[in-house]
Design a protein around this ligand. Structure first.
Ligand code: PLP
Length: 338
């Protein structure tokens, strides 16, 4: 089965990364280093941020949910675009806060003006997914900065950058870090699950504008939430940025072939800045039923993708860019089905 449903990395972890994880398993009788010093230091060196402004999580979802718990409560509001990452509604659901989902614009991008219009005295948290999952589109940092300029400074903004390594529009992965120096209310959320290919080990991090955010999320989680294999693998993976760059280049080339293949079928595809694409299926009387039928047909042809209904928009598909053979199989199967 071509697994194109979860925006994972098409490439396996490097042998050195696997070895780093394997080499610590024999010390599993001991608890992990509770301050995760090696990984924290490696991230601090890479991004030039003090270690106390780096929060680590059991995947970045762990940090997202902890941020919700730390910042939200009944009466508070959280603003985010929709459709965006499917976990965002959970932040309101688990805390009793009011969720304010703001529709994307006609190009499936965040509508920052509309989001700003929803900010009230009750707003505690704004989530911006950049590039956006599921629509793959992104915003330039100048747009994010203009948004931050207009926002009250007591509102925390989490810029979810799970796919930032793929986003050429962002320049490089250091550019948004510069924003932290100007905006203490900003947090950049990142993960080892995507380009680093470590989704199964669970490691994510947040680069925070101030140490307060890190302290707040750390207080809420059980000790030792990052296991020793995940710490070792993530620390090693950071040493191989050349491979990250190669993977990005390969993925973008594959993405371009995939997008061209789908557009050649006459379908609309969003401008992707990530390792997945978002496409609209031909109009149908019942978009959810038509989409489900196509998703089933794809499975029968050995391709698993994510149908739009489960992501907030019936009549669409989110497809991860896989390897050459998987992508070809997807385009051929879609062509046979529509
Ligand atoms: C936008 C976005 N943020 C965060 C995550 C969470 O990633 P993880 O918990 O694996 O770090 C994902 C995973 O798909 C995502 O798409």
């Amino acid at each position: 089965m071509a697994m194109l449903a979860s925006n994972e990395c098409a490439y396996r972890p490097l042998p050195q990364v696997v070895e780093a994880a394997r080499s610590v398993i024999s010390q599993s009788n001991r608890y992990p280093d509770p301050s995760y010093s090696l990984l924290r230091r490696a991230l601090s060196d890479r991004y030039g941020l003090p270690t106390d402004q780096i929060a680590l999580g059991n995947g970045s979802c762990d940090l997202l949910l902890a941020a919700g718990e730390a910042l939200l409560e009944p009466g508070a509001e959280v603003v985010y675009a929709w459709p965006a990452f499917s976990v965002y509604p959970q932040l309101a659901a688990t805390t009793g806060a009011r969720e304010i989902p703001v529709p994307l614009d006609s190009e499936a991008r965040h509508d920052l003006d509309a989001m700003l219009g929803e900010v009230t005295v009750a707003t505690r948290l704004v989530l911006i997914c950049n590039p956006n999952n599921p629509t793959s589109t992104s915003l330039g940092l100048e747009q994010v900065e203009a948004f931050l300029e207009c926002l009250p400074h007591n509102v925390c903004v989490i810029l979810d950058e799970a796919y930032c390594e793929f986003a050429l529009i962002l320049g490089d992965t250091y550019a948004s870090v510069e924003l932290l120096r100007r905006w203490p209310n900003l947090v950049l959320l990142r993960t080892f699950s995507k380009v680093y290919g470590l989704a199964g080990l669970r490691a994510g991090y947040a680069l925070c504008g101030t140490p307060e955010f890190r302290r707040a999320v750390d207080q809420l989680r059980q000790p030792f939430h990052l296991n020793i294999a995940a710490q070792a693998a993530a620390t090693e993976a950071l040493k191989h940025q050349d491979v990250v760059d190669q993977r990005v280049t390969l993925t973008l080339a594959e993405r371009s072939t995939m997008v061209n293949g789908v557009r050649a079928l006459g379908l609309w595809v969003a401008e992707s800045d990530a390792n997945f694409i978002w496409l609209k299926l031909p109009e149908a009387e019942d978009p959810a039923a038509a989409e489900a039928e196509i998703a089933r047909g794809l499975v029968q042809r050995g391709v698993l993708v994510r149908a739009g209904t489960s992501l907030g928009e019936p009549g669409a598909l989110r497809v991860t860019v896989g390897n050459d053979a998987e992508n070809d199989r997807f385009v051929a199967a879609l062509a046979a089905l529509i």
